[in-house]
Design a protein around this ligand. Structure first.
Ligand code: ABU
Length: 497
């Protein structure tokens, strides 16, 4: 039996580290091959209590004594065995899916480097790459490099929080020292289809969820600019102080794009900060064919853009981009003397840590940089255009079928396609409450069966007055038309009874 203490930095390593790591790579390669095999199961589902109690020798409990390296390899195999293959061609469950080989290599290298993004001192290459990538993203949005700033953050919710944080600081810099007691009753606006992270940020920032005003959407889920203006005026009449609007470019459920120019007009008129949550839709800027859907984003004061969604970068990779240099740092800077010494030997502008609300920051940049190198902008464009074509294909197939009903009759705006499956027995129930109640139960039942059988994964939700419906997402490079056809057949097979 060999143990971790026999591996490097042990002096008696005798190539054991190499052997051990090659065994790990072997386990990962087997998993990767299965991931891309459409016939393999996406998951081997077990209930939480089963996993916690232990399965076939897979014991999650920890002991006081070391386990052998052989057992550690078995633990690695089992961890993947009972997980979900998010790169499987029939995994449609989340906005972030797929398994990119270059991104994976990037993640391996990042883990091997095991450093922290807060200073150039310990991450010279990664902080430089971040500067390059941020510049690229400002250019794509349509901002000049000189006036912009940004940072990679742990996900879209945190990037949205940054946007609101900086918006508030811009208008009320005293917030940093005096807190909310020094401010009037500030309010912000987001569409009723906007992401829930906006409310969460309001709670975290001490603004309060009740001070997030939800603006009505049109029938496709886009914010109505006239409603926004009406809400702004109403808030002012009540003595509240509007400071920020969160527009959405690619809403989570419907994939809707808010009309950014019209929203920017309202923001300019009322001197409001405009943040665009393009966590999901941002990648579309790379498509010359579809980037028009985000027209007006160049007028935003800040933007959230998650390359780990449409661009398929392994989780996680999210950027907050701010159209004013210096604000992020002024808002968050605490000048910890032990990290951010001003008298270092290099240009300390590259010590980005004090712009952040965290101290330690994971290196999320390398996998994106490496993928961009490997694909070029054109590679992302091609991939994204293909998702849009797949969404249109799926929509057309469903439209032809009388046992499926689309939530929106018109062509999909984005790669989200929302629909109901209508089992034969529903035909005999007249339209009304009883039928709606029955329909509401269908999606969870089909999903449960699919999960137990491990054949496909797709999300569902109710929304407003709409009972549970499926949300199909195309953001997985492994998905082909045959997988789309399979999903439809599978729903008919499972759902018919
Ligand atoms: N941050 C939104 C992710 C939601 C989804 O993948 O469905």
């Amino acid at each position: 039996y060999l143990f971790y203490s026999d591996l490097l930095p042990s002096k008696d390593d005798k190539d054991l580290t190499q052997y051990f790591l090659l065994q790990v790579v072997d386990i990962l390669l087997n998993y990767i091959k299965k991931t891309f095999d459409a016939k393999s199961k996406i998951l081997d589902f077990h209930h939480p209590h089963q996993l916690l109690e232990g399965l076939d020798g897979f014991n999650l409990n920890l002991s006081d004594h070391p386990e052998s390296l052989e057992q550690i390899l078995v633990d690695c195999t089992d961890t993947l065995k009972y997980g979900v293959k998010t790169g499987h061609p029939r995994y449609f469950n989340q906005l972030s899916s797929g398994l990119d080989m270059i991104g994976l290599a990037g993640e391996w290298l990042t883990a091997t480097a095991n450093t922290n993004m807060f200073t150039y001192e310990i991450a010279p290459v990664f902080t430089s790459m971040e500067a390059i990538l941020l510049k690229k993203m400002y250019e794509i949005i349509g901002w000049g490099e000189a006036e912009a700033d940004g940072i990679f953050s742990p996900g879209g919710s945190i990037s949205n929080l940054y946007g609101i944080l900086v918006a508030r600081y811009k208008l009320y810099p005293e917030i940093k020292t005096k807190g909310m007691a020094a401010l009037p009753c500030i309010v912000l606006f987001v569409s009723e289809q906007g992401h829930y992270s906006v409310k969460k940020a309001a709670a975290v920032l001490g603004i309060g969820v009740h001070h997030v005003i939800e603006v009505k959407c049109d029938e496709r889920g886009k914010m109505i600019p006239d409603e926004l203006e009406k809400n702004v005026l109403q808030a002012k009449t009540k003595g509240q102080a509007p400071f920020c609007v969160i527009a959405t470019a690619g809403s989570t459920v419907f994939g809707a794009f808010d009309p950014l120019h019209a929203i920017a007009d309202v923001c300019e008129k009322h001197k409001l900060w405009m943040h665009v949550d393009a966590a999901w839709g941002g990648g579309l800027l790379l498509s010359r064919k579809y980037s028009y859907k985000l027209s007006g984003i160049e007028r935003a004061n800040s933007v959230t853009w998650n390359p780990h969604k449409l661009m398929g970068v392994p989780l996680q990779c999210s950027a907050i981009l701010i159209r004013e240099k210096g604000l992020l740092e002024a808002c968050n800077q605490m000048q910890a003397g032990y990290l951010f010494q001003p008298d270092k030997l290099y240009n300390v502008d590259f010590d980005t840590g004090d712009k952040s609300i965290q101290c330690g920051r994971h290196v999320d940049i390398f996998k994106l940089w490496l993928m961009w190198k490997a694909k070029g902008t054109c590679g992302f464009e091609e991939q994204i255009n293909r998702y849009m074509e797949l969404a249109k294909y799926f929509y057309k197939v469903l439209k032809e079928k009388d046992n499926f009903q689309l939530v929106f009759d018109a062509e999909p705006e984005f790669t989200n396609v929302c629909f109901w499956y209508l089992p034969p027995r529903l035909k005999y129930i007249t339209k009304g409450l009883e039928r709606e109640q029955e329909l509401h139960k269908i999606a969870p039942k089909i999903k449960a069966r699919m999960t137990e059988e491990g054949t496909a994964m797709i999300s569902y939700q109710p929304c407003g007055d709409k009972v549970n419906f499926f949300r199909m997402i195309f953001s997985n490079p492994a998905t082909r038309q045959t997988d789309v056809d399979y999903l439809i057949d599978e729903m008919e097979r499972i759902g018919k009874d």
